[in-house]
Design a protein around this ligand. Sequence first.
Ligand SMILES: NC(=O)c1ccc[n+]([C@@H]2O[C@H](COP(=O)([O-])OP(=O)(O)OC[C@H]3O[C@@H](n4cnc5c(N)ncnc54)[C@H](OP(=O)(O)O)[C@@H]3O)[C@@H](O)[C@H]2O)c1
Length: 403
Amino acid sequence: MREWLYDVFRERPWWMSATMIFCAYMAFVYLPWDLFVKPVAQDEEVWFGIELHGYLAKLAALPHWFVYAAAVYGFRRRRPWMAIWAPAYAAQIAFSIFVWKALEAGGGLTGLVVGLIPALPMAGLAFAYWSSRAYFAPRPLGLVPRYGDWALVTGASSGIGAELARQIAADGMSVVLSARRGDRLARLAEEIEKSSGVATRVVVADLSERDGQEALLAGVADLEIGLLVNNAGLGYQGRFDLQDGDRLRRLMAVNCEAPLVLTHALARRMCERGRGAVLFTGSAAGHQPLPLHAVYSATKAFDRMLGESLWGELRAANIDVTVLEPGSTQTEFQATAGELAHPGDPVEIVARTGLEALGQQPSVLVGWYNWLRANVASRLLTRPVAIHAAHAMMAEQTPEDMR
Ligand SMILES: NC(=O)c1ccc[n+]([C@@H]2O[C@H](COP(=O)([O-])OP(=O)(O)OC[C@H]3O[C@@H](n4cnc5c(N)ncnc54)[C@H](OP(=O)(O)O)[C@@H]3O)[C@@H](O)[C@H]2O)c1
């Protein structure tokens, strides 16, 4: 509990934390009561100084709830849009109070004074937020001072892994690139050396076999790997009984066994050095059972549980662990999985989301739509309803002969 409180309140000035607590009270205590318990006849809301009553007030409480809930999230996660949101909302309250109280006092000079007195503290808060907007600015990653000179990225020959490698290198870390397709890795290494000026090393390894996992560890034995990115992964869409058993076993080895083996070996050395980080590429699929992608969602649930548990365990040794959980992303994944084509997020956003969350939180879902889907499915729906809904969604992406 003490550590959780430390995580929630560290870095932020006390007055921002106080506003965050107030917003949390409004979003999770006052407004739910206001919306669902308070009699309509007694309801009143003030927006821009205009008083609303009855059903209009009830209706206006909904955007009010949204504003407070978003503010809690924005403060907690230090979102860049809060640089505008926080001063704008505080200014709106100051203006509302001023107009409301001035009109109540009958306007004129008396109204001006009566309105200004309660509005001034809120105007001061709006000014404080405007002056502190740099606090919400996107932060430079600063990976080298935090973790050291070398990162290892698995699954770097395409998609999210290649982009993670580019962004890590752009931040100044040298990168070991690993996958099975050596020609692709060599091309990426050349590109990264030219664009970022860091050193690279290519280690070709098949992570579905123990030999490949050992070969990768041997290939980096002489380096101090400060950041391990367990990104290599794949899935196969379609009915469980129609899948090839050995292919599924190898899928599990790449998605689960390899991250376990690599993390176990490299985190030990990070613990000895007293710093380091591990980024797992999990998936939104790890939040919910996915019929027709059953083994994949099970492996991603494993990655999520392993990563989040290690976040709690290794922090004492100054090791940051985060699970990056993308939804559908534009990579070769769909083709490998045998999915019918569907749209996805660009890899640039996915990789940036993961690297920004590293050291900040145990896991991060990419995009509010994936957050909503994962949380609605796992927290609000009953298991059978969530599974039936997921089945219907997965069926649309599955070729007919595999349904
Ligand atoms: N794209 C999505 O919609 C999505 C959504 C959520 C999560 N993810 C996760 O994101 C991660 C990266 O996938 P991606 O979307 O970037 O797909 P991708 O473009 O297909 O990349 C997968 C990477 O994994 C490597 N890989 C596959 N099998 C391997 C093996 N046996 N040994 C070593 N490397 C292997 C591939 O390299 P080689 O083929 O050269 O070996 C490739 O570099 C995966 O963990 C995936 O589960 C993807």
